[in-house]
Ligand binder design. Structure first.
Ligand SMILES: [Zn+2]
Length: 401
């Protein structure tokens, strides 16, 4: 693709130096500077790729940034030659801007930690889960995870198993339960931004972990997983239900709720009366006080839950890698404009948390222009057009359902 506004040399240098002259693409890290054979010169093979395009019609568009902003160091990711070319091939469709920003930040966080000896950025990412043995048809598969993911495909076996395996680093009971029927062996890699690798095995209800090469009774500092299944009717009504859904204590759930009106267009005010939550909503200019949120339309309650879960994920991702998995929600949306706006809201509101939206609707995937799409067929993965490959289905037991 044409690159009409390359980074100025000084900016390119900053981008390269911030990356330690190493490729920022996940798991590449190739050195792009070194000695030339003649003994007095250097060889340079790296390039600064634009995250949002130099030209308005370039790969990944402009992201709403001005030309000046698009030539700032923040908009550049340092890459080896191979990845630099790949990032701009196929009109930029192979890598989303979100993905590139995540890799850049992660790589810079690691380099920063190497230089200073301390991790100054708590940024992290769950990179992959490898499944060696498990129920369903998941055995032998490796799922690479991106920052913003849509997992789409028909309802099939394996989704809920995989979700629980992803969550099992912090909730090993899932593995214990599965292993009563069948042996479970998985490995998960993530960063915080130090590398971690945990192998989890389940045998006849007993679970063992090997974390970073050492046997441990449990993973003391796992990444956070928030599993949200939205076929719940009254979960907006009671603090306890919300707390359980978010895997959060009561006091923190209340605090989180009180924060919502600041950031939301729809939520004007939240009042907590005993164990009950009252929502004051701004619906197209009309103020509604809802004391029985279970009576809200399913679509609206789904939007409120997105707000709440995003706020929780956003807050948590500031201290450790956080993965928000949302299943079932988008089945409520039949209007693709609502899908689009909800994805946009999720995209920005979750900030640095990883997100996966699980949906049977292929239309939802079509609405997600800047998301990584994983398409599954009939319980087995098909060809993926993005480096993400997993399906998720989860349910949550909410009291009072
Ligand atoms: Zn590379």
């Amino acid at each position: 693709m044409s690159r009409r506004a390359d980074f100025p040399p000084a900016v390119r240098k900053i981008i390269a130096e911030r990356a330690g002259y190493q490729c920022s693409v996940l798991n590449c890290g190739r050195l792009t500077i070194g000695p030339a054979p003649d003994g007095s010169a250097t060889v340079r093979t790296g390039m600064a790729a634009h995250i949002f395009a130099a030209a308005p019609n370039g790969p990944r568009g402009t992201g709403g940034l001005s030309p000046a902003e698009r030539s700032e160091p923040e908009n550049g990711i340092w890459c080896c030659y191979t990845h630099g070319k790949a990032i701009d091939s196929e009109s930029g469709s192979l890598y989303s801007a979100t993905q590139l920003k995540a890799w850049k930040r992660l790589h810079e966080a690691r380099k920063g930690a190497e230089v200073t000896g301390v991790a100054s950025d708590s940024y992290g990412l769950v990179e992959l889960i490898r499944i060696d043995s498990a129920p369903a048809s998941l055995a032998g598969r490796t799922f690479n995870l991106g920052m913003r993911n849509i997992i789409t495909g028909p309802n099939a076996s394996g989704k809920s198993v995989l979700t629980r395996l992803i969550a099992s680093v912090s909730h090993p009971d899932h593995v214990a339960k599965m292993s009563r029927r069948q042996d479970v062996d998985i490995a998960v890699k993530w960063f915080d931004p130090n590398n971690h690798d945990v192998a989890t095995s389940g045998r006849a209800g007993e679970v063992s972990h090997v974390l970073d090469g050492r046997s441990v009774p449990y993973v003391a500092r796992p990444y956070k997983t928030i599993l949200l299944s939205l076929d719940t009717g009254d979960s907006l009504e009671h603090i306890a239900s919300l707390a359980q859904m978010l895997d959060l204590n009561i006091a923190s759930t209340k605090a989180l709720l009180r924060l919502l009106p600041e950031a939301s267009d729809v939520i004007r005010e939240i009042q907590i009366v005993g164990d009950r939550v009252e929502w004051v909503l701004n619906l197209q200019g009309r103020l509604i006080r809802e004391t029985r949120p279970s009576h809200l339309p399913a679509l609206l309650s789904a939007q409120l839950l997105v707000e709440l879960a995003s706020a929780h994920a956003r807050h948590h991702a500031r201290v450790e890698p956080t993965f928000l998995l949302i299943d079932g929600l988008f089945g409520r949306f039949h209007d693709m404009n609502v899908v689009r706006s909800t994805l946009e809201r999720l995209e920005s509101a979750a900030e640095h948390a990883q997100v996966a939206v699980v949906t049977a609707s292929r239309q939802v995937a079509d609405c997600a222009t800047d998301w990584t799409i994983a398409e599954l067929e009939g319980g087995r993965g098909s060809e993926f057009r993005c480096p993400v490959d997993f399906e998720v289905q989860t349910t949550l037991d909410i009291p009072g359902r």
